[in-house]
Design a protein around this ligand. Structure first.
Ligand SMILES: *[C@@H]1O[C@H](CO)[C@@H](O)[C@H](O)[C@H]1NC(C)=O
Ligand SMILES: *[C@@H]1O[C@H](CO)[C@@H](O)[C@H](O)[C@H]1NC(C)=O
Ligand SMILES: *[C@@H]1O[C@H](CO)[C@@H](O)[C@H](O)[C@H]1NC(C)=O
Ligand SMILES: *[C@@H]1O[C@H](CO)[C@@H](O)[C@H](O)[C@H]1NC(C)=O
Length: 335
């Protein structure tokens, strides 16, 4: 199967039942052109948690912190499991492995981070963007989504996605090739030069907005799992130690710190509220990524007319907000 290797691996693992008693069960790897889901809200929660784990590894870069987090992983993660209940798998699998592997590595976050933790962090975020995007047209056996995938393959531009934390294999920024995943889903296994029409990158301002939104996502993921005041106090008291790693990843430290340690924000947030804040942050990031990842003139009109709020809502996004943003952008496009 010629699905881009890394995302295929992510998805295959996401679909693997981790219950030891069923290891003889055959894996269900979705085929191109079929309507089988290539991920769902559980995979997204699992990947977001793992992206977060890579941020933690880099920010901490400390064997003692990571050993502690590894041994207490299950109890530390209970709020995540409450927020995203999954009966058929363990959404903590990837993140647990990331934290525990790093706890035995020396140093946990070797430089250059580009080729390890950041690379993985971006891969998982790229996987999330792709799967969320697929839900823009709900999966339905009666509907051929091929034209949707093909159109998105054509509209999305790798060079624009570089600055949006949804990178591309061609640019070596992540193992997940978002653009080619769409092409593969539509039956084209590679996006030929004929359909690549720009080498532009997003503006510095847009790239900064993306950095801010990813920082918010990571901060809200942290707030979702934090359940004791002393955990918050530990992070905030020791923040100076974590700051270089956070900034080194390209996150905006002040945004992250403000949300976790800022005045009025230092308390424990009720789990369902924390989940909503995380999903809000995901929606805002998705909107920016979706709208900025293509610059063809008819792109926004296409998104406005084609994508469905209900579809996006299936993966936890505020679908109405996504579609409205596309339609609003379409107005500017035709003006
Ligand atoms: C997500 O997908 C997996 C694999 O198909 C499935 O086992 C699981 O039940 C799904 N979870 C949700 C919440 O839909
Ligand atoms: C944590 O949970 C996983 C998955 O349920 C399980 O395999 C593992 O043994 C648990 N670890 C501890 C220390 O309880
Ligand atoms: C982690 O610590 C090691 C050892 O002090 C250091 O060489 C490495 O650069 C650090 N990594 C990061 C991402 O700061
Ligand atoms: C982008 O493409 C144009 C036209 O083909 C070329 O002149 C320019 O050098 C390219 N820029 C980059 C950054 O590759």
């Amino acid at each position: 199967m010629r699905f881009p290797t890394h995302i295929a691996a992510l998805i295959a693992v996401a679909l693997t039942n981790t219950n030891a008693s069923t290891t003889t069960q055959k894996r269900d790897i979705p085929n191109v052109g079929e309507t089988t889901m290539r991920g769902n809200i559980s995979s997204i929660a699992a990947w977001a948690y793992n992206a977060f784990a890579y941020a933690i590894v880099t920010a901490s870069n400390s064997t003692s912190d990571l050993t502690y987090l590894c041994t207490t992983f299950n109890t530390t993660s209970t709020r995540l499991y409450t927020a995203f209940p999954e009966t058929s798998g363990d959404i903590g699998t990837f993140a647990r492995r990331t934290i525990c592997d790093a706890s035995t590595a020396n140093p946990p976050a070797p430089l250059p981070i580009w080729y390890n933790t950041l690379w993985y962090l971006k891969s998982y975020l790229g996987g999330i963007f792709t799967v969320q995007g697929y839900y823009g047209k709900p999966f339905d056996k009666e509907i051929d989504n091929g034209p949707f995938y093909a159109s998105m393959c054509w509209y999305l531009e790798a060079s624009l996605m570089r600055g949006l934390w949804a990178p591309n294999r061609d640019t070596d920024e992540s193992g997940v090739d978002v653009e080619s995943s769409w092409c593969a889903a539509s039956g084209y296994y590679s996006k030929g030069p004929y359909s690549t029409y720009t080498n532009e990158s997003v503006s510095v301002d847009v790239a900064h907005q993306a950095d801010v939104l990813v920082s918010r996502l990571v901060a809200y993921m942290l707030k979702l799992v934090l359940k004791e005041q002393e955990q918050v106090d530990y992070i905030c008291t020791n923040y100076a130690r974590f700051k270089p790693g956070i900034a080194g990843l390209g996150l905006v430290s002040s945004v992250f710190r403000g949300l976790v340690c800022g005045e009025g924000n230092k308390g424990i947030v009720e789990v369902q509220k924390a989940k909503l804040e995380l999903l809000d942050a995901m929606t805002d990031l998705f909107i920016l990524q979706l709208l900025e990842a293509g610059n063809y003139k008819g792109y926004y009109k296409y998104l406005c007319e084609t994508t469905s709020a209900d579809g996006y809502a299936k993966v936890g996004l505020d679908g109405k907000k996504v579609v409205e943003a596309a339609c609003e952008a379409a107005k500017g496009e035709t003006a």
